[in-house]
Ligand binder design. Sequence first.
Ligand SMILES: NC(=O)c1ccc[n+]([C@@H]2O[C@H](COP(=O)([O-])OP(=O)(O)OC[C@H]3O[C@@H](n4cnc5c(N)ncnc54)[C@H](O)[C@@H]3O)[C@@H](O)[C@H]2O)c1
Length: 278
Amino acid sequence: MYNDQTVIITGAGRGIGASAAQIFARFGANVVVNDLEAARAEETAHAITQAGSQAIAVAGSVTDPDFPAQLMQAAIATFGQINVLVNNAGYTWDGMLHTITDQQWQAIIDVHATAPFRMIRAVAPYLREPAKVELESGTPFSNRCIVNVSSTSGLHGNIGQANYATGKMGVVGLTKTVAKEWGRLGIRCNAVAFGYIDTRLTRAQEIQEETIEIDDHEVPLGIPQKVRTLLNQDMQLRIPLGRAATDQEAGAGIVLIASPLASYITGHVLEVTGGMGI
Ligand SMILES: NC(=O)c1ccc[n+]([C@@H]2O[C@H](COP(=O)([O-])OP(=O)(O)OC[C@H]3O[C@@H](n4cnc5c(N)ncnc54)[C@H](O)[C@@H]3O)[C@@H](O)[C@H]2O)c1
C-alpha cells in the first residue's frame, strides 16, 4: 500500500511511534525513524531492515529549531522523496495549573505545538513542489499527507495537564489549517487523538522510574500509581472496549489515516480511544 513511499516519524524510538514505523514498513514504506535517543531510533530502524524493509535512523530533538531541515534533508538524501510526515514525538510534564512553572508550560507547548509547526514548514517544499508538477501536468496526485498526534486531553481537557491539553488542542487547529491551505494540492492533514495507550507515558511512575531530561530538569514519566489505580478502577465504565490499547493498535490508527485508502479524508481528528467519551 505504501510501496516506494517515504514516511518520516518523529519520536519513533519506542511506544506508538516505533509500532507505527514497523507497520508502515510492513506495508511497503521506506521509513525515516527519528528519536531524541539515538540508540532507540537505531533499534527501530534495525528491526525494520532486519525484517527486509528500508529504514534510516536520524537522531535529534524536534524542539531544536535547526533539526526539521536536517531531518528532511536526510530523508531526501536517502530516499529521494517524502510522502508522509508523522508528528508523534512527545512527553508529559504534569502539574495542577496553579503550580505549573513557565519552563514546564513552554517545554510542553514547544514539543507538542511548535515542533509540529516547524516540521510542517520544513516539509512544505518536498510535499508541495511535486504536487504542483502533478497538478500542472494533469497527473493524479500521489499520496502525500501529514498526521499530527493529539490526545483526548486536548479534545476534552484533563486534570493536571493544562500545558499538554493546550498543546494537543493547538495541534488540532494546526491540522485543520494545513488541510485548508494545502488541500488544493491534494495534500491531506489529519490528527489522531489517542485515549489510554499502554506506553511509558501511562505506566506507573514509581515502578518504571523513567525520566526525560529537559535542560536542567529530570522529568519523571508515567502516571502516579495512586491516579493510575483510580483510572483503572472505572475503566470498564469509561472505555466501551474496557481496556487500554497496545502501542501496535495505536500505531495502526496512524497508518490507517495516512494510507492512500483515506485519500478523501482531511482535516479530521481520528479518535483512537476504544470508544472513550462517545
Ligand atoms: N500513551 C498514551 O496514552 C497517549 C495518549 C494520547 C497521546 N499520546 C501521544 O502519543 C505520542 C507518542 O507517545 P507514546 O505514548 O508512544 O510515548 P513514549 O514515551 O513511549 O514514546 C515517545 C517517544 O518520543 C521521543 N521524544 C520525546 N521528546 C522528543 C523530542 N523532543 N524529539 C524527538 N523525540 C522525542 C521519546 O524519546 C520517546 O521515544 C506522544 O505525542 C503522546 O503525547 C499518547
